[in-house]
Design a protein around this ligand. Structure first.
Ligand code: CP3
Length: 356
């Protein structure tokens, strides 16, 4: 178990626990990915995206690429949130220009009843092997973040069968047959709990739950269909691995921060539509905050990026409890040097926010 691992650089884990740090730690959502030429080269060799995910050595290689290029404070497992529905037998394909597609979307009660809860040591063995391989390659250099999708976000893809929709099918189920959706979400909560537990056992030092689509729900529905299943996952992880920090990230979830902090998680991810300083006043005495520069800032000029970094640091203010990140994944067309400008600015400016 990762508890007690000695790391050369532990400021990410310290910030998540709101312990003093010398400067603000920084990493980027989707830091390994298509904006990097070295990623595109490895990906071209591996074939399609899922073949890359199923190859632990290649996953390790692309996880390390942004670490070798930039001064980042955390590594994140290279994988995808859709590995769980794929392991449930839905037939995942990534179609160029269309995103993820499931050949066997979940549409009725029978399909939900038939869904297995994947065994992380069997159907998802390739992910756990990637964690082990990456952990070994990192040594004591940096902490490793494991991750999974939130039950609501996974259910969205499983029911709609594809991304980029108006959520008509899953919302119809939520409104017409809420108990049916509850049953699916309960299976997903159990699956994600076991999956993250296995990632931790294999060497993940912190875990993050990506709730990409929780923000499309009305407030009461968010609490029932998105937050409640995530709360079950947090409760499970706090039982089996109490010292491992858990980060919850609901995109467009700024109005729910108090309820999210109530789950007992350690940190909340914020996108740029939420003011970091106001979020700190609301929940910063209970959880750390991660975020929240709009990734589109990385298309601006270096001087403008530096000023934007300063504004994010100013907005959080003095003291620990902030992990600098983008407010969502880095965009594919981002010039890699501009990501470097952001990271260097955090390293240069942030010590001033940690003076005792
Ligand atoms: O942050 C990291 O570097 C870790 C790797 C990671 C990936 N996906 C790699 C990936 C993580 C954490 C994810 C999460 C993920 N996957 C989410 C949550 C995102 C969030 O920030 O809210 C979602 C919704 C997915 C599902 C998914 N996977 C989509 C929509 C896509 C894009 C499809 C496309 O063709 O544009 C993917 C593919 C994917 N996952 C890529 C990467 C690097 C690109 C694959 C490629 O073509 O090489």
């Amino acid at each position: 178990m990762s508890a007690g691992r000695q790391l050369d650089n532990d400021r990410f884990l310290r910030a998540l626990k709101r312990e003093p740090v010398d400067r603000t730690p920084v990493w980027m959502m989707r830091q390994a990915g298509r904006y990097l030429p070295e990623y595109r080269a490895t990906r071209a060799q591996a074939g399609d995206f899922m073949s890359l995910c199923r190859n632990p050595q290649a996953c390790c290689e692309v996880t390390m690429q942004p670490l070798d290029r930039y001064g980042l404070d955390a590594a994140i497992l290279f994988s995808d949130i859709l590995t769980i529905p794929d392991a449930m037998g839905l037939g995942l394909r990534f179609v160029q220009g269309e995103g993820p597609i499931f050949d066997h979307p979940v549409r009725d009660e029978r399909a939900i009843e038939k869904l297995p809860i994947p065994d992380p040591g069997a159907e998802l063995r390739y992910v756990i092997d990637a964690v082990t391989t990456i952990r070994a390659a990192l040594g004591s250099r940096l902490p490793l973040i494991g991750f999974a999708g939130s039950p609501w976000t996974l259910a969205t893809y499983m029911i709609e069968g594809a991304g980029g929709s108006d959520y008509a099918r899953i919302k119809q189920m939520a409104y017409d047959a809420p108990e049916m959706l509850d049953a699916l979400l309960a299976k997903l909560s159990a699956s994600v709990s076991l999956y993250l537990e296995a990632q931790i056992a294999a060497g993940a030092d912190a875990v993050m739950v990506f709730d990409t689509w929780g923000g499309v729900l009305a407030p009461a529905d968010y609490l029932r269909f998105s937050l409640e299943p995530m709360a079950k996952i947090v409760a499970h992880l706090k039982r089996v691995a109490p010292t491992v920090p858990v980060i919850l990230f609901t995109k467009n979830g700024g109005q729910h921060l108090e309820a999210m902090a109530e789950t007992g998680c350690d940190a909340l991810g914020l996108d740029w539509t939420t003011d970091l300083g106001k979020a700190r006043t609301r929940v910063g005495h209970r959880v750390a905050l991660q975020g929240n520069l709009d990734p589109a800032w990385l298309f601006a000029s270096p001087e403008k990026i530096e000023a934007a970094v300063r504004r994010v640091l100013d907005s959080y203010g003095q003291g620990s409890g902030h992990v600098f990140n983008l407010g969502h994944g880095i965009l594919q067309q981002t010039p890699p040097e501009h990501a470097g400008v952001m990271i260097e600015a955090v390293r240069a400016f942030s010590p001033a926010y940690h003076q005792l």
